[in-house]
Design a protein around this ligand. Sequence first.
Ligand code: FES
Length: 230
Amino acid sequence: MKVSTARCNDLITIGDDRFQVKLHSDFIPRPGQFMLARFWTSTYPYLNTVVFPTTTESDGFTLEIKSDHPQSVDLSPGAKVDLIGPCGQPVIINRSANHLLLVAHNSPSKLLPFAQLALERGVDVTLLVSCSYPLESLDPRIEVHQGELPPLLENHFAWAEQVLMDFRPEPIIHKLLDSISSNTYVLCGTLFPCGVGACHGCTIYTKTGWKLACKQGPFFQLSELHIEVE
Ligand code: FES
């Protein structure tokens, strides 16, 4: 478990309800990993905020936070941020992939490090998103489609060589993606009370048994997951 202190370099408003927080940090999460952040001082160990980077640089990373987040008031340029992590396992982007598909039910922010890495490698990136989002804040090289996810997926999954999803797919989508389920990664949970495998509050039942999302995830192959029938 790595514990460090980062410093807030800048806050940039995006859209009308969120902003980007630029952190100077010695530890940089890789795509798929998260950090536990604390924007204020307390000795209670379970009040961290789970943060996924949106982009990374050699000396820090950027995260996205909603303006109404209770801890956003503690953030300002120069403020210290206590960090634990990187936590979880990174997801490797296939070297042979030419086209990456990102699918988000809510904010796509947790998937954006994959877009950054793929674009750096010259891989095409398409994002399907079903919520409203300040799209002007995204890299213009990302092809974006907004709307209902099942029909969007039906139109776009055939050419995708790797898929990253920030929502648990219903059976119909599970079936649709069956042929590429081992190249489809699903974010399983974003609540990690301890983030380090101690509390067992993030267990996921997979085809190979119980797993801790904070240690062995948080992204799991779709082929590993049970179809959730309601
Ligand atoms: S969050 Fe505590 S074990 Fe995973």
